[in-house]
Design a protein around this ligand. Structure first.
Ligand SMILES: Cc1cc2nc3c(=O)[nH]c(=O)nc-3n(C[C@H](O)[C@H](O)[C@H](O)COP(=O)(O)OP(=O)(O)OC[C@H]3O[C@@H](n4cnc5c(N)ncnc54)[C@H](O)[C@@H]3O)c2cc1C
Length: 375
């Protein structure tokens, strides 16, 4: 499937022109999502027999990196959609996959909870059997695209099994779901990451994804690699965009009294160089992690963990350097850099957070399990 031409058109005609308003108004990028659905981009990773593009993490990371060069909020909405789609694919949820493949369905992850916070691997919300139905009760703390998604890939304690987690597909709009408040965050202001509460929400037993109690395995093996690579690619795209904007500002802005451009000031050039080196270094790590996953290499798990940890910091540091290199012009929003600086703060607190990833990478290097057995 070729998607580049349509993706480029959508970014140029819809995503980039809307990016500033998406941020300032905290508006969900509905036009972009609709266009991405119609162009087959939302269905890109759905297996071909279900009407999708049948492509893997390489294509998906390319899509979100390109989106992130224009609008991090849109890139995050698509990141969560592809990560949730990976759970549906791993568990063969054909009906939802066909809708996604047809470009009519946006999905997302509802893992984080008020109770266990960033420790998504230990949900405290419940699923209770009631005949052929199951009753879900939860305080989900952050769900990207919350009001606009058609379904949620949802974690809970198991029905009866021993494992720490079960996964469900929950249609949006079910009785008992409520979405309090509106998203008003520092950055990614259009990604609509709201709490979602479930009070006695009834789903069918057949909405279970995989086996009861197998949710953590599915989350770690099927969802996490996609999420980590996609989130890392958002960071690389953001870093590429602020590096390009900084180069443009330095070369296009003059110090009239010296008859020089800002680029002729060594400290500014040196900052730009550091930005580019960090961006390319992280981009290369992410590309190698994608190749490791595609090739089934033994170091794939370690590299995907490293990739998000590195990209979280690269995005934040490169955006910080850009604010400094571009000075007051960046501070006063004359340049599209201050928005990216705020956007760049999100990834470090998105689970697995950078802190958790440093723990996971250290554990992997020491031959320890990523997670301690649940309490
Ligand atoms: C823009 C955005 C979009 C999001 N979208 C989604 C979504 O679609 N779906 C979803 O499920 N979640 C989503 N999240 C939630 C995210 O994944 C985290 O769960 C959430 O940001 C954690 O915030 P908290 O205040 O609960 O963190 P806390 O768990 O309270 O952590 C606070 C700090 O302590 C550190 N910390 C906590 N435990 C440890 C530990 N064991 N070791 C080391 N450090 C630790 C953390 O790294 C963090 O810096 C989103 C978050 C953001 C910011």
């Amino acid at each position: 499937m070729t998607y580049h031409k349509e993706l480029t058109r959508i970014i140029e005609e819809i995503v980039a022109p809307a990016a500033s308003g998406t941020d300032s108004e905290g508006a969900f990028p509905s036009d972009a999502v609709d266009a991405l659905g119609a162009a087959g981009v939302l269905g890109l990773t759905v297996p071909a027999p279900y009407g999708g593009g049948g492509l893997g993490p390489g294509a998906a990371t390319d899509v979100v990196r390109n989106l992130a060069t224009a609008c991090s909020s849109t890139a995050m909405v698509v990141t969560m959609h592809y990560a949730a789609t990976a759970a549906l694919t791993a568990t063969g949820r054909e009906d939802v996959l066909r809708e996604i493949g047809a470009g009519r369905h946006l999905t997302t992850l509802a893992f984080s909870e008020s109770g266990s916070r960033s420790h998504f691997w230990q949900p405290v919300s419940t699923a209770t059997a009631d005949g052929e139905e199951v009753v879900l009760d939860a305080r989900k703390s952050w769900v990207t695209s919350a009001r606009h998604a058609d379904s949620y890939v949802w974690s809970s304690r198991p029905l009866a099994a021993d494992g720490p987690m079960s996964l469900w597909t929950v249609p949006a709009g079910k009785d008992g779901l409520s979405l309090p408040g509106r998203f008003d965050g520092l950055g990614l202001r259009g990604n609509e990451s709201l709490p979602v509460h479930a009070d006695g929400v009834r789903v069918a037993r057949t909405d279970l994804l995989g086996e009861d109690g197998a949710g953590l395995d599915i989350a770690l093996t099927a969802v996490l690699p996609w999420f980590l690579l996609l989130s890392a690619s958002c960071g690389v795209g953001l870093a590429q965009a602020v590096t390009a904007a900084t180069a443009e500002h330095l070369t296009g802005t003059r110090l009239e009294h010296l008859d020089q451009s800002l680029a002729q000031q060594l400290p500014s050039r040196a900052k730009l160089a550091r930005m580019r080196i960090q961006t390319d270094r992280t981009g290369a790590l992410v590309a190698d992690a994608v190749a490791a996953v595609d090739g089934g290499r033994a170091d794939a798990q370690l590299l995907v963990l490293e990739a998000k940890a590195a990209a979280d910091e690269t995005a934040a540091e490169v955006a910080d350097l850009a604010m400094s290199a571009c000075g007051g012009a960046a501070f006063r929003k004359e340049l599209p850099i201050e928005r990216r600086f705020r956007d760049s703060r999100a990834a470090r607190v998105m689970a697995p957070t950078t802190d958790a990833l440093h723990d996971f990478v250290g554990r992997a290097l020491c031959g320890l399990p990523l997670l301690d057995a649940p309490a």
